[in-house]
Ligand binder design. Structure first.
Ligand code: CTP
Length: 413
């Protein structure tokens, strides 16, 4: 197991501060050390005891606490990552100005590690030109400022400004830590640049299921996690994302992503082709069922003396339709879960599939026991129609997604 990483969790004073407790729990469960630095108003919302019990450390707040340790310098130097949950409009403003009027803003000035700011505020505050400018300033300096989710805010209002779900925040924290650990040695780009701004992307995720009768389905197994990670990362790189989700595990909806739920392959095809009309990129991460029962039984198929045989027919191949449709400059990315055998390696089969399918990029996963399906981490290769081939090292599904978007963004340029 890797050494624990040191995270500063900065909490500012907004009602979403209660969700910082859940983020803290997740960061700790992932094996990190977490130091909570709360603003005075954050402690009006959540008592220090809650943070202290969850982090196992005293909460720090003022610059006059623990003066001999010169806490703000020590905290900033020690941190591998700073996460701001929630980042209120006031905290974003103070950070953009480079203020040092409390321990949290002072720590931001001394930290040289990645900073992940997770805003939460009313829509009017998020959309105010002052906040828009502050966010732009922070992003220009390398702070990752997440797009908030849309939905119910405190009170009856809805709109962008909601804190993304704690699981999503923890996923991005892990992504930044993964990158932080390789940055410098390989000169890899930052995982969340805003290089997809103005781009429309469609991502399919999960499996499809074809009804046999009112209670049974024939389908493909897929948690949808890789497709969700692709949608999440694209949205935070600035893209307008439509996620077409089939049958999936219990996943939180990604922030700032439009979701269309489907069940069968034909429903997925209609949703993908419709959204693809205006898209620059389509990523088919879904595990699409190639066959469907030739007919659906109106009543439940009864268990007779013999097991029934069920005639099947072909489903449409969505990826093929996407590449044969005459749309100039649209990039199509396919996925392939492959196994090698006596006749060829995983990569040989994948290269042949790329040619057969005619897509621009193919993400290849070697499948087998414990790999790719229904697990947290993923590895593989990224093959290009131009003959390129790049290994995708073992890491989180968000990290794999970031590498796929790197390749896509490079081709869009
Ligand atoms: N795919 C699709 N429509 C289908 C089947 C697959 O769009 N009916 C897409 C998947 O989303 C994936 C890619 O095609 O991006 C490859 O999927 P895979 O199941 O490996 O492809 P198949 O054509 O079914 O390949 P095989 O011949 O190995 O079964």
């Amino acid at each position: 197991m890797a050494d624990p990483r040191e995270i500063v969790l900065g909490v500012s004073g907004g009602i979403a501060a209660y969700k910082a407790c859940e983020v803290l729990r997740r960061l700790r469960e992932a094996g990190n050390h977490v130091q909570v630095v709360a603003t005075r108003s954050a402690l009006e919302f959540i008592g220090a005891a809650t943070f202290e019990a969850l982090s196992g450390r005293p909460v720090l707040s003022g610059v006059f606490e623990n003066v001999p340790e010169v806490e703000h310098v020590a905290l900033g130097r020690r941190a591998d990552l700073v996460v701001l949950v929630p980042a209120t409009a006031d905290l974003l403003a103070r950070a953009a100005q480079g203020r040092a009027d409390d321990l949290l803003t002072s720590t931001l000035l001394t930290a040289r590690c990645p900073v992940l700011a997770v805003p939460a505020m009313h829509t009017e505050m998020w959309e105010h030109p002052a906040t828009v400018d502050n966010v732009a300033t922070l992003r220009r300096r390398g702070t990752v400022v997440l797009e908030p989710a849309s939905g119910r805010l405190t009170g009856a209002d809805t709109g962008p400004g909601r804190l993304p779900e704690p699981a999503e925040i923890a996923e991005f924290a892990r992504l930044l830590l993964e990158w932080g650990s390789t940055q410098g040695t390989t000169g890899e780009p930052f995982p969340l640049p805003r290089d997809l701004e103005g781009r429309r992307v469609v991502v399919s995720a999960g499996g499809t299921a074809e009804p046999l009768d009112p209670v049974r389905t024939l389908g493909n197994r897929s948690s949808g996690r890789q497709g969700y990670a692709l949608a999440r990362v694209a949205a935070q790189r600035g893209a307008e994302v439509t996620l077409v989700a089939g049958t999936i595990a219990d996943l939180e909806p990604p922030a700032a992503v439009a979701i269309r739920r489907v069940q069968t392959t034909r429903e997925m095809r209609d949703a993908v082709l419709d959204a693809a009309k205006a898209a620059d990129v389509v990523v088919m991460a879904a595990a699409v069922s190639d066959f469907r029962p030739a007919s659906m039984s109106a009543g439940k198929i009864k268990k007779g003396e013999e097991a029934p045989s069920i005639p099947l027919e072909f489903n449409p191949d969505i990826l093929r339709e996407l590449v044969t449709e005459d749309v100039p400059r649209r990039l199509v990315v396919g996925f392939a879960a492959e196994t090698g055998d006596d006749h060829g390696s995983v990569l040989e089969y994948a290269r042949a599939k790329l040619e057969r399918k005619g897509c621009d990029l193919l993400v290849v996963n070697a499948v087998g026991a414990g790999k790719a399906f229904e697990v947290e981490d993923n590895e593989g290769w990224l093959l290009g129609a131009d003959g390129s081939s790049q290994p995708l090292p073992m890491g989180s599904k968000a990290a794999l997604a970031a590498r796929v978007w790197d390749a896509v963004a490079e081709r869009l340029r």
